[in-house]
Structure formats: C-alpha cells, structure tokens
Design a protein around this ligand. Structure first.
Ligand SMILES: [Zn+2]
Length: 90
C-alpha cells in the first residue's frame, strides 16, 4: 500500500521561494541596519548583475510544476510514512 502525502517544504518553510545564495551571504556578513551603499559595494565585488533577492525554491517549485509551491507531494510506502511520523514526534 502507498499513501499520497503533502508536506510543507523544509527548505522554504512553505513559502515557495528562498533567498538567493548571494543575498544570503550578504545578510550573513551585514547585520542590520543594511544601507544601499552596503548592497552596492557587495554586489560590485561579484561577477553577476544584482540578482533577485527571492528566487523560486528548487526543492518544491521546479519550473513547470503544476502543484502548489511551498509543498512537497509524493507517494510513500507505509514504512516510509511511519518513519516520517516517528521523525515528527521525536
Ligand atoms: Zn520549498
């Protein structure tokens, strides 16, 4: 027997978007308050143009997917389901 389950995505916490890796690094190195000058200097040192701060989460929001972003849907066996449930209560 298999069961179809839907779970909130662990990577984006159900939002369907994540912060771009360069922006994540930026915020790690620039605690609040952040100025426009901080942003300008940081991205000047990188070979890319200024990327969008939020990008689609690749774990739950692959291009062309017809499901709701932010959630993972999959068929699991009863064994897998039990392991998932036990993992949640621990
Ligand atoms: Zn996600």
């Amino acid at each position: 027997m298999e069961i179809y389950i839907r779970q909130k995505c662990a990577d984006c916490h159900g939002v369907g978007q994540i912060r771009h890796p360069l922006w994540r690094k930026f915020y790690e190195q620039h605690p609040d308050p952040v100025t426009n000058e901080d942003v300008r200097q940081w991205f000047e040192g990188h070979p890319h143009p200024l990327p969008d701060e939020q990008i689609p989460c690749s774990s739950c929001n692959p291009k062309g997917a017809m499901r709701q972003p932010g959630y993972i849907e999959e068929w699991v066996s009863v064994k897998e389901l039990l392991e998932l449930l036990l993992g949640h209560v621990r």
